[in-house]
Design a protein. Structure first.
Length: 117
């Protein structure tokens, strides 16, 4: 099982980034996918989640209207489009898979996002 995040980097305030998470080794379409983040000195927090079909999404209040989560079950990928980035969005972003039918959970290794001028 692997979840590999990519797309992080350094961006100026107001800029955009698109994170991608490539999944392998499990039945991707049977897993609820989420993005979490962890800022220095803080706990890990849920950023956004998406149902197995992609028909339902949820977001943290702090990112609503700025971030969009999407998935492509044919490509086994989940994405996080991040717009209007703020310095407080700086964190390591993690991809998580949670089984809908099985009690299994997988995490990626994380990708760093830094928002700074």
């Amino acid at each position: 099982v692997q979840l590999v995040e990519s797309g992080g980097g350094l961006v100026q305030p107001g800029g955009s980034l698109r994170l991608s998470c490539a999944a392998s080794g499990f039945t991707f379409s049977s897993y609820v996918m989420s993005w979490y983040r962890q800022a220095p000195g803080k706990g890990r927090e849920l950023v956004a989640g998406i149902t197995t079909s992609g028909g339902g999404t949820n977001y943290a209040d702090s990112v609503k209207g700025r971030f969009t989560i999407a998935r492509d079950n044919a490509k086994n990928r989940v994405y996080l489009q991040m717009n209007s980035l703020k310095p407080e969005d700086t964190a390591v972003y993690y991809c998580k898979a949670r089984g809908l039918y099985l009690p299994r959970e997988y995490w990626g290794q994380g990708t760093q996002v830094t928002v700074s001028s």
